[in-house]
Each structure stands twice: as C-alpha cells, then as structure tokens.
Design a binder for this molecule. Sequence first.
Ligand code: GLU
Length: 505
Amino acid sequence: MSERKVRVRFAPSPTGALHIGGVRTALYNYLFAKQQGGDLVFRIEDTDSQRFVPGAEEYIIESFRWLGIKFDEGVTFGGKYGPYRQSERKEIYKQYVDQLLNEGKAYIAFDTPQELEAKRAATENFQYDAHTRNEMRNSLTMSAEEVEALIGDGTQYVVRFMVMPGQEVHVNDMIRGDVMIKSDILDDKVLYKSADGLPTYHLANIVDDHLMEITHVIRGEEWLPSAPLHVLLYKAFGWADTMPRFAHLPLLLKPEGKGKLSKRDGDRLGFPVFPLEWHDPKTGEVSSGYRESGYFPEAVINFLALLGWNPGTEQELFTLQQLVDAFDISRCSKAGAKFDYQKGIWFNHEYILQKSNEEIARLFAPMVANNGIDEPMERIVQVVTMMKDRVNFVKELWPLCSFFFIAPLAYDEKTVKKRWKENSAEVMTELGTVLEGLNDFSIENQEREVFAWVESKGYKLGDVMNAFRLALVGEGKGPGMFDISAFLGKDETLARLRRAIEVLK
Ligand code: GLU
C-alpha cells in the first residue's frame, strides 16, 4: 500500500462561485501532491441536479488557471480514469449500488417524503436506522414480490445503506489523529435515487475515490461528519486495504474569530470571498473577486497557505515552489483559522515590493494611458520606483501619482492656509531664480544648491520646502521634493512654480 503513487483530488460541486475556503482546500491538495511527486485530479461532483448552476464549472477552472494551480488530470484536463464528471458516470455507480443490494448491505426503501415527514413529526429525533428501519416501507419489511411489483409499476424508491449498530468506526485523520464514533449514531444514508437514476454524494464520492485510486482525501472540516459513513462504505465494498487517508482541514472563521466565514462577512467588511468576480446567473448579483480587486495570484496563494498551516518558522513569504517544499500536512491546525483579510492586503503589498519596478510599471502604464497621459515607459518606471512602497494595490498608484504627469490646476485649501506664508511668493520667486541657474538638475545638485541658498538667507528649510511642494504637487503629499523636481525637469518645475506664485500671491 505504501507503494501506491500519491493521488489526491479536488472535487467541487458546481453549485455557484468557488468559495475562498475551497481554493485553500485545492491549494493544500496541490501542495501535498507536488511534494509527494503525486497527481492532483479535478473531479466535478454534479450528481445533485437540483443545485447545478450553469457557468460554475468554467468559473472554477478559470480560478485555478489564474492562481497557477495546475491539475494533472480531470475535467477538461483528460486522463485515463475518466470521465471525471460524475453526471457522466451513472452506469458505473449503478453497478456498485447493485453490488451492495445483492450482498444485503443496502436495501430498497419506498417511503415517500410525506411519510418520512409524518414519521419525523410523530417521533422525536427520528432517525432511519437499525431501530426504525423495520417500521418503514422497505425491502426488509416487504416481500420480494411486493418490492418487485412496486418497482415494476414505476414506483420511485431510494437505496439506503444498512448501518450495523454496535461498531466503533475509526477515522484515521492526518490532522486530527484517530477520530472514533459509534455506528449507532449514524443513519441509513440514501445512496441512490431511482427518480434520476443518480447516486448521492456519498456513494459517488467513495466509488470514484476508489476507482480513481485516490490515496489521500484532503477536504474541509465540514465533511468530517461524513467520514465515518465513508469508512463503513469502503469496508462494505471490500476496499478497506486501499482506503484513502483522510485530512480534514480547519474551518475558515470570521475575521473576528467567532463563527464560520461567510460571504456576508466579505460584504460587511469589504473584502472578496471569491477568487474571481462572480455574476450569479439566477439573481444577477455580482460578487467581487480577488483578481478584479487587484490582488496578485501569488499573494492570494501565499495568504491562503498560511490560513490553517504554518511552517514552524518565522518565514511568511513563500513562492508556490517554496510552499511545495515546506508544506507538511501534520502541521495543519485542528482549530479554525481566523480569516485575517488585512493580512491578505499586507501580502499584496509585499508582492508589490518584491516585483521589479518594470513589472509594476507595465501594470500601471494602462492606467496612466487611460487618464489621457502619453508617457514613455521609463518615466512610468521612475514614478513607480519612487512610489510603489506606499501602495497595497497597483490601482492605488494613480491617485497618488497623477501629479507627476498633470500639473496642479488648483491648490488644496487647507494646505495653502497652513503652508503658504505671507512671504512665500517672494521666497518661491527667489527659489525659481536659484533653480533656473542650475545646469545640473540632478537631485543631489539641487539639494546642495538650494540648501546653501536657504542657509545663506536664514530661511526656515521646512517653510521653503512646504511651499515648494504645494507649488509642484498642489497639496502636501508626495516623495522627496527634489525627487519630484528632478523628475519634472527644470522647465516644468519652473512653470509650476510660476503658476503657483501667480495664483496664490
Ligand atoms: N463535492 C464535495 C464538495 O463540494 C467534495 C467533498 C470531498 O472532498 O469529499 O466539497
């Protein structure tokens, strides 16, 4: 069994946009597979036609393409274990349902939804199980002829798994250790519905994991309650020897730490809970995505990797390959992980710093062009070099940097009041003369000459610089003053100075 090649799967149901928790599940599967030299399979679990949402599958595939998480096989990726869409595997499942029926490990039940409802209303905590199945309308309480006749008449039925009471069911979880529950608390789960000829999640999931030779099932904590049933199913089929190992990942919690993260938390606090923008085909509602909000895929990956897992060191910045190398599933926490979305923003900032100025400039250039500015790339690179450490997202650069490209038309009132003194017009006129006389307009030379002049005049350096900034920028923000004037060049600097003196004097 240890000889088996590691094979894991990400198996979403196409019921809408992929939640960010699902992205983390896929990421951990990817990291685990790549580290073990194994394969990651992409399976679509669409046996619940009621919940099918058109476009969801394409959305999920596009999300992972953007994030750079590659599948080795599966829906749209091919592979020899296909088809990988459960709705295309109907006949396969039927065989295995019949196997359980023939071996007496499952039975046919005719109870209508109304009958079940009545039973639930009449009996407190009613559960379809060893204690109650003999009071119900099923192949255990009816004669074979009766059952056959009903099926012959086209009566709808379900197939239920017969759970034997009095067993201890052990789920050996790579994160949680040995989880034991008593089989008595399990109900006889529906495995198949004649109405659509499709299996339920539980049966399809186990059959596929077996047939696709899945070695490890890594999934969200919400599936832990299903795991004992899954263990019993593997045993019922005689597949206990090749049963995958389980790992149930910790829940993602609200940023405040209490309760499960929901889309409403994102709406309330202003962060996306989906990788890409999602247009709900039913309601028309649009939900924001990490991509459209301006996050780098690497930042999202890095952020998610550390939500529920830690490397045991202080290191926070990881490339995908470094994550593959460092990942250790036994270092995942059992306790839920607080969704600290501010940390996600921090990661994006770190990736802006890490990326070359040229790369950020390439992303910023279209925004500059969209504002009607035609600047050569090297000028945009210069601006990015001065300003990128101040932003978390590339799109924040424009409002911060527009003054480099567009001379101020107006001057911020508050700043004028504070920074434009009685003698400012006069001092700025003098400054203009000093700057005009410079042949070398470099940052260093301007600084040297201007400081010398300020000192010789006994001016307060702060006052001079504040007025200078107001004249060139229009308000009190921006990087070092001579960085700005050197970038603008002598002519533009003098023009801006003169205009400010004109307007403000
Ligand atoms: N189809 C399930 C889901 O949507 C898969 C759960 C599992 O990985 O077993 O998450």
